[in-house]
Design a binder for this molecule. Structure first.
Ligand SMILES: [Zn+2]
Length: 124
């Protein structure tokens, strides 16, 4: 663990702010989707209804991405609490603070991340 307490706090703060922003975003999207569904229902036009349905599918995809990012943020905050944050989950090397500042959700060092991406690219 090469991170100082101040660095850990700085990154935890960044993550918590991101989590708050994401939750707000999810709430307002949910409101929007509800409004759209209501509008479409009130008009009773089948063309509008299928448009609204297609739109809410897009929203669902976005909501899922937001949800999984939120989950990753929560897992990362838990790792900060328990003190395992900032260490590569593959090889145990310290992840440089510059990388964590740019990508606070990073759980691998640059080398393991690129090895993993290369493996995944081969599997595709
Ligand atoms: Zn590594």
């Amino acid at each position: 663990m090469s991170l100082s307490a101040a660095e850990r706090q700085e990154l935890a703060k960044q993550l918590r702010e991101r989590a708050v922003a994401l939750r707000k975003e999810m709430e307002s999207k949910l409101d929007e989707a509800t409004d759209e569904a209501r509008d479409a229902g009130a008009r009773g036009d089948s063309g509008d209804r299928s448009f609204a349905a297609a739109e809410s599918e897009v929203d669902a995809g976005e909501a899922q991405r937001d949800q999984s990012e939120l989950g990753a943020i929560e897992r990362t905050l838990a790792r900060i609490e328990e003190g395992s944050y900032g260490v590569c989950i593959e090889c145990g090397a310290d992840i440089p603070i510059e990388r964590l500042r740019a990508q606070p959700l990073a759980s691998r060092c640059t080398k393991c991340q690129s090895d993993r991406e290369a493996r995944e690219a081969r599997l595709r």
